[in-house]
Design a protein around this ligand. Structure first.
Ligand code: 13P
Ligand code: SF4
Length: 386
């Protein structure tokens, strides 16, 4: 996460994340100062033609989004990857767990490339397979495991998705968490959901969309014995929320919502469900990145919006809609530092390497993990609606 103090101001053109990066380009990477980077990316992409398909998550930098064949939230990108069997190479401009999902959903002949292997996700790292297995054993000790359905957010490693596949669970994204939870609660009489890694998406969906109460939810702390919970608490709970969060969305605060409402009459607060419950309950609208984009596109000229999601996307929306007043719902600049790892030099390096016949930074999930993760992902893709 990159933070720079900044007054809460409408966003405009000009603040370029490239200029803040200051990253040395090691090894074969072209320097960020190379004026030919755009032309080089274009030439390598043209040379590869239909053999390459570039996916770009909405949180990517503008310089990368410019080369994406399709942009989307993690749900849309998973579907797009699965729908391109003719592309030999999928270049995933996003983070590691998304590239893993693309590898699972594509054919064995297709190769998925992540332009910078350091593009991980701190939230995904908050749930490790060994910890989840320990939690499962503790749920067995408490006598409740037979009624537990595991649901993992897309933002998790492939082995966690495989755990869900093996144990009758499902993957969800911020686009379909409501239907995924409804599905989970229908799987068993008196079902409980073990939801990981994002406690906020789990809580917000359970309480605001399914109508559960906050008292139905308990938080499992993987660093404490038995998650820090008693068997009685586990027996009473309907949602067992993993104590994980997004360091970017966790920054938005209810105080800023109050300040904005006081200073900008009629402002609409639009946030991602990874934000804390006390922020989401104060917002007017909540939804995935794809929902946020569609909402702003459909908004009338002259309307005012404060958006609580990653800054690359909010800046792009502000630039694309100069007829609407769009501000970032925080007083500091806050990019997702791992999403920002993918920059134009890394994209050029990946595309030129592929054009020269060398596959760099391939993301490959082992067959056994792939098999079970696919079960959980296909259950998600089969859920009704979006
Ligand atoms: P969506 O793409 O599902 O909106 O998720 C946001 C996110 O944090 C991705 O890392
Ligand atoms: Fe992970 Fe949050 Fe960054 Fe998304 S925005 S990749 S959840 S750290």
């Amino acid at each position: 996460m990159t933070t720079v103090d900044l007054p809460l101001l409408p966003l405009g053109r000009g603040a370029d994340p490239l200029s803040e990066r200051g990253v040395e380009c090691p090894g074969d990477l072209p320097p960020a100062s190379d004026p030919a980077l755009v032309a080089r990316a274009r030439a390598a992409k043209d040379a590869l033609g239909e053999r390459v398909f570039v996916l770009g998550h909405h949180y990517q930098r503008d310089e990368v989004i410019a080369f994406a064949d399709v942009t989307g939230d993690s749900f849309k990108l998973a579907r797009e990857a699965a729908a391109r069997p003719q592309a030999e190479y999928i270049v995933f401009c996003g983070v590691h767990f998304m590239a893993e999902s693309a590898d699972i959903l594509t054919t064995p002949e297709q190769q998925v490339v992540l332009p910078d292997l350091a593009a991980g996700c701190s939230m995904a790292d908050m749930a490790r397979l060994a910890q989840v297995e320990d939690a499962w054993d503790a749920l067995a000790d408490a006598g409740v495991v037979d009624s537990v359905v595991p649901v993992t957010y897309m933002n998790s490693s492939a082995d966690i998705k495989a755990f869900c596949g093996r144990n009758g669970g499902v993957v969800c994204t911020s686009s379909n968490a409501e239907v995924a939870l409804e599905w989970a609660f229908e799987q068993k009489p008196d079902a409980k959901v073990l939801f990981f890694p994002d406690q906020h998406l789990g809580r917000n969906t359970a309480v605001l969309q399914l109508g559960l109460s906050l008292d139905d939810c308990v938080v499992w702390n993987p660093l404490r014995p038995h998650g820090g919970l008693t068997p009685e608490q586990l027996r009473a709970a309907k949602m067992i929320l993993w104590q994980g969060h997004c360091s970017v969305h966790g920054r938005f605060s209810p105080d800023v919502v109050d300040e904005l409402r006081a200073s900008v009459p009629g402002i609409n607060i639009l946030v991602h469900p990874e934000c804390r419950h006390e922020v989401v309950t104060k917002a007017d609208l909540v939804g995935s990145t794809e929902f946020i984009i569609k909402t702003i596109e459909a908004a009338p000229a002259g309307s005012s919006w404060a958006i609580g999601t990653e800054l690359n996307l909010v800046k792009r929306l502000a630039d694309a809609h100069p007829d609407k007043q769009i501000v970032f719902l925080d007083k500091t600049v806050c990019y997702c530092s791992t999403m920002n790892r993918i920059d134009l030099p890394h994209l050029v390096w990946a595309l030129e390497s592929l054009a020269q016949g060398t596959v760099v930074n391939r993301i490959e999930v082992d067959p056994e993990t792939q098999r079970w993760a696919l079960v959980a992902l296909e259950r998600m893709l089969a859920l009704p609606g979006r």
